[in-house]
Design a protein. Structure first.
Length: 228
C-alpha cells in the first residue's frame, strides 16, 4: 500500500489554492530562474525535483483537479513546509502575494511569486537636483504590460514618465483602477489605471497610470538618479 502524498504543492510554489494558470507559471519560473533553484544555476537537485513535481501537477487541469480533491481530504492534508518571511505591509498588488525578496546587489524588493517590484516609487527628495527637469519627461519607449488574467505580455508605447506615474498608448481600453505590471527599458513597475481615453486618431487609447511600486532599471544618468 502506498503512503499518501503529504506534500502541499501550493505551498511549495508559494501559491494560493485559487491561483490562476498564469500565476502558477510565473511562480515556477521565478523560483527556478530568478531565485536560482534550478540545478544549472546552483540550486539543489532535490528541491528542483520537488518544484518540477508541483508544477507538473498544478499546471495540468485534470491532475490539478484530482490533487485538489485529495488535498481537501483531512486524511491527506499536509502540514505547510517552511515559507520565506512574508512582508504583509507590502503585499504584491499584482498577484496578491505577501512574499518579498531582496534583489541581489540592489535596494529593490520584489515579489517572490511573480517577480514584480515591491519598493514604493521614490520621493522627490531622492532625485538629484540636477535631474529635477525630468520630474515629467516626454519620451517614446516600448512597454510590455501584463494583466492578471493574461499568460503573456501585451505591447504599448510609453509617451511620458514621472516618479509618480506615466502615460502610454495602447490598442484597447482598460477600466479605471485596473492593476497592471509594466516592464520597459527604463523601469519595472506596478501601476493602477487612472484614466483611459480614446487617442486623437481614434485607433488607439491613451492610458494614464499611477505607480504603486517602481524599480528604475535605466543606466545611471540616462533618465533619473535615485541617489541622494
Amino acid at each position: 500500500m502506498t503512503s499518501p502524498n503529504r506534500r502541499n504543492y501550493y505551498r511549495i510554489l508559494h501559491l494560493q489554492p485559487d491561483a490562476p494558470d498564469a500565476v502558477i507559471r510565473t511562480a515556477y519560473r521565478t523560483l527556478m530562474q530568478t531565485l536560482r533553484q534550478h540545478p544549472d544555476l546552483g540550486g539543489d537537485g532535490a528541491t528542483a525535483s520537488l518544484l518540477n513535481e508541483a508544477y507538473a501537477t498544478l499546471s495540468d487541469p485534470d491532475r490539478r483537479a484530482a490533487y485538489d480533491a485529495q488535498l481537501g481530504d483531512p486524511e491527506h492534508a499536509s502540514p505547510p513546509p517552511p515559507c520565506p518571511p512574508a512582508a504583509p505591509d507590502r503585499q504584491c498588488p499584482y498577484c496578491l502575494s505577501g512574499i518579498a525578496v531582496q534583489s541581489p546587489g540592489t535596494s529593490h524588493r520584489r515579489c517572490q511569486v511573480c517577480g514584480s517590484p515591491l519598493s514604493p516609487p521614490p520621493g522627490a527628495q531622492q532625485f538629484n537636483e540636477a535631474r529635477r527637469a525630468f520630474d515629467r519627461r516626454t519620451l517614446a519607449a516600448p512597454v510590455e504590460y501584463f494583466l492578471r488574467q493574461d499568460s503573456g505580455p501585451r505591447a504599448a508605447m510609453l509617451e511620458d514618465f514621472s516618479p509618480a506615474g506615466a502615460r502610454m498608448t495602447l490598442d484597447h481600453h482598460l477600466p479605471q483602477h485596473t492593476v497592471l505590471a509594466l516592464k520597459t527599458p527604463l523601469f519595472d513597475a506596478l501601476a493602477q489605471v487612472v484614466d483611459c481615453q480614446p487617442a486623437p486618431s481614434r485607433k488607439h487609447w491613451q492610458l494614464r497610470v499611477q505607480f504603486l511600486t517602481l524599480a528604475l532599471t535605466a543606466p545611471a544618468g540616462s533618465l533619473v538618479t535615485t541617489h541622494v
